[in-house]
Design a protein around this ligand. Structure first.
Ligand SMILES: Cc1ncc(COP(=O)(O)O)c(C=O)c1O
Length: 369
């Protein structure tokens, strides 16, 4: 029987082991471990790739979200509208910064629905923080219009969307700042944890740069309430290497596999493929392949029995149903979506043969059922 895990972590970086060992050796010999030249170089390249003015490497995206809110002096008790289809990190970053996350329903893209914002508006609403999910961009112009009308700030949880763009503008640049994750399975992943904040405002950039380093400034003062959350120089060196040498090919590979999945599933009525790939002016980076499937639970079992692992994001629970955030709301479109959503394996290390086998099994399942 075949065996296709959802993500084979041991295959993500093993083709590059020689280069990674050379990079490691250089860092060891140079002694550049914290805030070294590779971090500076990577921050510059990262910002340039997506047309941002500044980038600040941090320990992980969750810390980055907290710091981004803090750098904008989020008032105690402020309400931040977040998508119901996001990682708990988006909402918990708001809580740990002293605010309250308010989950908002999703649209047919699986992302924050602009038409659902109004009913969550209160005098305490301070910002909206949509998630650029699955490597795609949400209805950001509509969200920004709403924010403008109601004097709200816009932050982007772009953890899953490095390089995604809409009409030539890249994820992370649409509002007051964006945050990215380098968790190993991300589009651009490292060999551990890592994250990046991008921002266009110079003063906030300086603030964030000292925040991640205990609040210290270059002349040794402590100017803001800081923490220790720096992107390791070693991880930055790996990331720089991936960005300069492999990133574009990885996206191309993910794109080809996505097009293949899409074509195979076009003939299955019971499967809806991701809609954002067909939007005018939109460039996805194909972080995940999330479909909506009839008889989803049976499909999952069928695939598992035939050696294919699939995943429900966030273990099947949207933000508004997590007790810890005690939102007590019902978000109908999210609940419908979560009854049918399922992710099929997609990453830069999976092969066309494997994806062909997965697609065949999905087709076989619906031919029988
Ligand atoms: C949408 C989203 N937000 C935030 C995060 C948190 O990223 P990190 O693990 O780097 O803190 C993730 C990571 O999976 C994510 O997918």
């Amino acid at each position: 029987m075949i065996s296709i895990p959802f993500c084979e972590y041991n295959k993500l970086f093993s083709p590059y082991v020689e280069d990674l060992l050379n990079i490691t050796q250089n860092i060891i010999k140079g002694g550049f471990f914290i805030m070294g030249p590779d971090l500076q170089d990577f921050e510059k390249n990262f910002a340039k790739k997506i047309g941002a003015r500044y980038a600040v490497g941090v320990g992980n995206a969750t810390d980055g979200l907290e710091m981004l809110l803090a750098a904008h002096d989020m008032p105690e008790g402020a309400e931040v509208l977040v998508s119901s289809h996001t990682m708990t990190a988006t909402a918990s970053a708001v809580v740990s910064s002293g605010g309250r996350p308010i989950p908002v329903d999703i649209d047919e893209l699986g992302m924050m629905d602009p038409s659902d914002l109004h009913k969550h508006l209160t005098p305490r609403t301070w910002a909206i923080m949509p998630t650029q999910l699955n490597g795609a961009i949400c209805q950001i112009s509509e969200l920004k219009n709403f924010a403008e009308q109601h004097n709200l700030l816009v932050f982007e949880d772009s953890a899953q969307a490095f390089g995604a763009s809409l009409n030539g503008e890249f994820a992370g640049n649409f509002g007051c700042g964006g945050v990215f994750s380098f968790y190993p399975a991300k589009i651009l992943g490292c060999l551990g944890d890592g994250g990046m904040i991008v921002i266009n405002d110079e003063e906030k950039f300086r603030k964030l740069r000292s925040m991640r380093d205990h609040g210290r400034t270059v002349n040794g003062d402590v100017s803001v309430d800081g923490r220790n959350s720096r992107l390791d120089n070693l991880q930055a060196a790996y990331l720089n290497y991936f960005l300069n040498n492999h990133f574009d090919n990885w996206i191309e590979h993910r794109k080809n596999l996505t097009v293949f999945y899409d074509t195979e599933f076009a003939k299955i009525e019971e499967v809806s493929v991701p809609k954002y790939n067909f939007r005018e002016g939109h460039n996805s980076v194909f972080q995940n392949y999330e479909i909506l499937a009839e008889n989803r639970d049976e499909l999952e079992v069928f695939l598992r029995t035939n050696g294919v692992s699939t995943l429900r994001q966030w273990s099947g629970k949207p933000i508004h149903q997590l007790e810890i955030f005690s939102s007590n709301t019902s978000l109908v479109k999210t609940e419908e979506y979560f009854k049918r959503y399922i992710m099929l394996p997609l990453n830069h290390a999976i092969t066309k043969d494997q994806v062909t086998m997965i697609s065949r099994l999905v087709c076989e399942f619906y031919a029988k059922n």
